[in-house]
Design a protein around this ligand. Structure first.
Ligand code: NOJ
Length: 540
């Protein structure tokens, strides 16, 4: 959820917060995860926290925050905070004290002596930071290097120090006591490094220079087994807030990119009772304009087949670090992708604005705010800049898309905001309407308990069905092709009735909701999709 910092400060938080809460409730969102709102110099969009127990003044006050949680809870919406355990900002008090070797902070961070080669000082090993350049920063005062896996201004905490675990849990406790429902845990795969601090090998990937992260294979700085232990420890900690059987468990969403062997252990085994799950980034990582239906089916199957028995799936299609789905695929395909994401069993995770089909917005060099991109300079910044997917939400067609009435914004608004914004989409057939309808529909029994079956109709047409006992069956058909396709569902599923009802049709489909289609000849325009059902019109 995005809200206007300026509006909060200007003294009308009540109105702003209430509007946004109502909107999210209306479109069927059950829980929101806030981008970082804690005190921060904002060098990494707030992922550089200088005080874990304060709200950054650009967003408002602690009172505003409490009021917001209250509003959300009254609307029945859960609130998760973004939580960054891997590092702090270099402006955090802990680092300042650690530099001076003031206990107990002396060993809160990963400090290492320099290596001297021919009398020249150099870092202890060859590690490169995720945001390019050496992962070590020399500190003159302490006469040691500290590790930073991200920006220089984001020193890594040392989890081999038990006191750091206590601090982190103390912070979580602070927010949980304020009524928070859980956390999105940032960069869990980066928390531990190999204890021998060995050099990392080259990756062999083409197109990168040695100061680039991708030039190296991160066998010492990522995916260490201790990360899973930490996740388990945090999960057990938040589970202790579930006092009675009827209490909803606190949620932990774990950010970790990687193959199933790396990600699935975060689900834990059956003896764990909590609601922690790793994000499923497969669609984010691998679904693009080149993906054919078999590839999409495989990426779905890989998650479901590798997920431990009894665990809950989830589907991420965009986030604040990547190109938005409507840009990565095709705006016209968006309803189909939402049908896929929201009809599949599990939690559908929506990045703000995806429900409108928001696309990336071009950000010029002089407008860029992402330090990651600024660090590489004007020639290559577009390769790394995350600004395009972080453009402000278009609420309406007023100045600055209704996001703020201030003189400027921290990133440009998409110039199409006047014809594509939330307000307009509530008034006509739109991506938003499809999203909203799907969110309502998925609360019915077939979507919660039913079997899921993904099948390949042709190279470019995918179908997904959900069926449950004697409840209506639902079938999504999506045409990923750039040409019209005629689909015969009876060929693959001969037991289906000969006519199906159109429950939902994508913006670009030629068939309207409520109509019947012949199961053996469904015509789909390029990138169009339908959600069909065996239910009669009055049965839903
Ligand atoms: C992952 C976050 O998603 C990203 O935005 C951030 O820059 C890094 N972690 C560092 O905290």
């Amino acid at each position: 959820m995005d809200f206007t910092g300026r509006d909060l400060i200007r003294g009308e938080p009540e109105k702003v917060i209430t509007e946004k809460v109502d909107y999210l409730k209306d479109i069927g969102v059950c829980a929101v995860w806030l981008s970082p709102v804690l005190k921060s110099p904002q060098l990494d969009f707030g992922y550089d926290v200088s005080d874990f127990k304060q709200i950054d003044p650009i967003y408002g006050t602690m009172q505003d925050f409490d009021r917001m949680i209250d509003k959300f809870h009254k609307a029945g919406t859960k609130v998760l905070l973004n939580f960054v355990p891997n590092h702090t900002s270099n402006m955090h008090d802990w680092l300042k004290k650690s530099v001076k070797r003031i206990n107990p902070y002396t060993d809160y961070f990963i400090w290492k002596d320099a290596k001297y080669v021919d009398g020249v000082r150099s870092p202890p090993n060859n590690w490169v930071a995720r945001f390019t350049g050496p992962a070590w920063e020399w500190n003159d005062q302490r006469q040691q290097y500290y590790l930073h896996q991200f920006l220089v201004e984001q020193p890594d905490l040392d989890y081999r120090n038990p006191k750091v675990h206590d601090e982190i849990k103390d912070v979580m406790d602070f927010w949980l006591k304020r009524g928070l429902d859980g956390f999105r845990i940032d960069a869990i795969c980066f928390i531990y490094e190999r204890a021998d601090f060995a050099d990392e090998p080259e990756s062999g990937e083409a197109g990168f220079v040695p100061t680039d992260y991708s030039y190296w294979k991160h066998v010492c700085t990522r995916d260490q087994p201790e990360n899973v232990d930490l996740a388990k420890e945090l999960e057990e900690f938040v589970n202790s807030y579930k006092k009675t059987e009827s209490d909803t468990p606190k949620i932990l969403l774990l950010e970790c990119y990687g193959p199933p062997s790396v990600v699935m252990p975060f689900y834990g085994n059956d003896t764990r009772i909590g609601a922690a799950f790793p994000f499923n980034f497969n669609m984010l990582d691998y679904m693009n304009r080149e993906s054919d239906v078999q590839a999409i089916k495989d990426m779905i199957a890989i998650w479901l087949a590798n997920m431990p028995e009894g665990k809950w799936a989830n589907w991420v299609i965009s986030n604040h670090d990547r190109v938005r789905i409507a840009t990565r695929m095709d705006n016209m395909l968006l309803d189909g992708i939402h049908m896929l994401q929201m009809v599949l069993p599990g939690t559908a995770i929506t990045y703000y604005g995806d429900e409108l089909g928001m696309e990336d917005t071009y950000v010029r060099w002089d407008q860029a705010t992402d330090t990651f991109a600024l660090n590489v300079g004007p020639d290559r910044f577009t390769l790394f800049d995350r600004g395009p997917s972080r453009s402000p939400f278009p609420w309406d067609d007023s100045k600055n898309a209704g996001f703020s009435d201030g003189p400027d914004l921290w990133l440009p608004i998409n110039p199409n905001y006047w014809m594509n914004n939330m307000k307009l989409q509530t008034k006509r057939k739109s991506h938003l309407k499809t999203y909203q309808a799907l969110a309502t529909l998925r609360k019915s029994a077939t979507f919660i308990y039913g079997d899921a079956d993904v099948f390949v109709i042709s190279k470019w047409v995918l179908a997904l069905s959900r069926s449950y006992k004697d409840h209506p069956t639902y079938i999504v058909v999506i045409n990923f092709n750039s040409y019209t396709e005629t689909v015969d569902l009876l060929k693959d599923r001969p037991t289906l009735p000969h006519n199906l009802n159109v429950q939902l049709s994508s913006l670009n489909a030629s068939i309207n909701e409520g109509n019947l289609v012949k199961t053996n000849s469904i015509v789909l325009r390029p990138k169009a999709a339908l959600l069909l059902t065996t239910a009669r019109n009055d049965e839903n």
